[in-house]
Design a protein around this ligand. Structure first.
Ligand code: TXA
Ligand code: MG
Length: 340
């Protein structure tokens, strides 16, 4: 591609990244706070801008499978099959890292999380820059993830962050994070974070091409340090109701008493505790379809949090196709100050 063919916004993003800046980058899941992986000061700037502790590793975004391979010390048949089936798309694979990958990106782990985003602007940027981009979600640590360029600009207003505008995100919740451990004849897979790509989707792909694998439940702190009790929290408390027969007024009264007992901070994430307790609430609802509900979740949390009410109330439903709702409920449970 010759220089004059590069769109202006992509060129600006490319220049800022080359200067060691961080920028807002659209993806199909949520917006990312991106920096070049070959510029350590820029990587550091991701953590300081986001106020993210250094123990939580970053996902590296690639534009090609070759780039992904170059970040790893082992790329087996299962990694190749999953990349071919799900990339570009919302699947992050955690694989043995190449020594060339900066330890700051991986928080000192010997693995690296990699994905190829399914967003035209992100892919165009990656193709132009020709260096993979590390990018966590573009929100302050522990808070609600952004699904529009406006969300990112508002979150980093003080920093006057440049945001590459790619419109609203189609998926709306973060990628599925899959730990992949391959030996010669078999792969061990563990879902570290639930998302749009389901274990049943992965199973189907690998079974079809007769690759041996097994799913292991493994969410220990060492292998998945980003697993905090709370995350994605809106600026006012979210109360998740599990029993629809309990009226919201009663739920809020109960929550008001209980919230005072919560600590100021849980695993580095600040808990919002209104000093005067909870009286008024905004009832949040989501579409009946899990794909649409995920797409709207973070925007709804932001809108509900900006109503001037004391808290948000959302009632969980029991859905028949439970697997499809798991990613979304994982986010809601972590965003909630209380589940009652
Ligand atoms: O959809 C997404 O994945 C978005 C967009 C921007 O691509 N990114 C995102 O990044 O959600 P972030 O930083 O908010 O979440 C990354 C999480 C970490 O908290 C951690 O749980 C996991 O991915 N992760 C990354 N690298 C890992 C590694 N080497 N080992 C285990 N977990 C890792
Ligand atoms: Mg995040």
């Amino acid at each position: 591609m010759s220089l004059h063919e590069i769109p202006e916004d992509i060129k600006k993003a490319q220049d800022l990244l080359a200067e060691g800046e961080v920028i807002g980058m659209p993806t199909e899941t949520v917006y990312g706070l991106a920096a070049r992986i070959d510029l350590p000061d820029a990587i550091k700037k991701i953590f300081t801008t986001k106020e993210r502790p250094f123990f939580d590793p970053l996902i590296v975004h690639v534009g090609t499978i070759e780039q992904a391979q170059s970040l790893t010390s082992q790329w087996g048949k299962v990694a190749q099959a999953l990349a071919e089936a799900f990339w570009p798309g919302p699947l992050t694979m955690v694989l043995p890292k190449s020594p060339a990958v900066n330890d700051m990106i991986t928080s000192g782990l010997d693995s690296v999380g990699i994905r190829m985003p399914a967003h035209l602007k992100a892919l165009e940027l990656l193709k132009t820059v020709q260096v993979p981009l590390a990018a966590p979600s573009a929100n302050k640590f522990g808070r609600t993830s952004p699904t529009t360029a406006e969300h990112v600009s508002a979150e980093f207003k003080a920093e006057k962050l440049f945001v590459l505008d790619g419109g609203p995100c189609e998926i709306g919740i973060e990628s599925t994070v899959l730990l992949v451990k391959e030996t010669e004849d078999k792969a061990e897979l563990s879902v570290l974070r639930k998302g749009h790509v389901l274990p049943s989707d992965i199973e189907m792909v690998l079974k079809n091409i007769h690759l041996k694998f097994e799913f292991l439940e493994k969410i220990d702190k060492k292998e998945s340090p980003g697993h905090m009790k709370h995350h994605y929290m809106p600026s006012i408390p979210l109360i998740v109701g599990t029993d629809k027969s309990v009226p919201a007024e009663e739920l809020v009264k109960l929550a008001s008493a209980r919230i005072a007992e919560l600590p100021q901070e849980i695993e580095s994430v600040r808990i919002v505790k209104p000093a005067h307790g909870l009286k008024t609430f905004e009832l949040m609802t989501l579409p009946e379809d899990p794909v649409l509900a995920a797409r709207e979740l973070y925007a709804q949390l932001r809108v509900s949090a900006s109503t001037g009410k004391d808290c948000i109330v959302y009632y969980r439903e029991d859905h028949a196709d439970a697997e499809r709702w798991e990613g979304l409920y994982d986010r809601l449970n972590k965003a909630a100050s209380l589940i009652l």
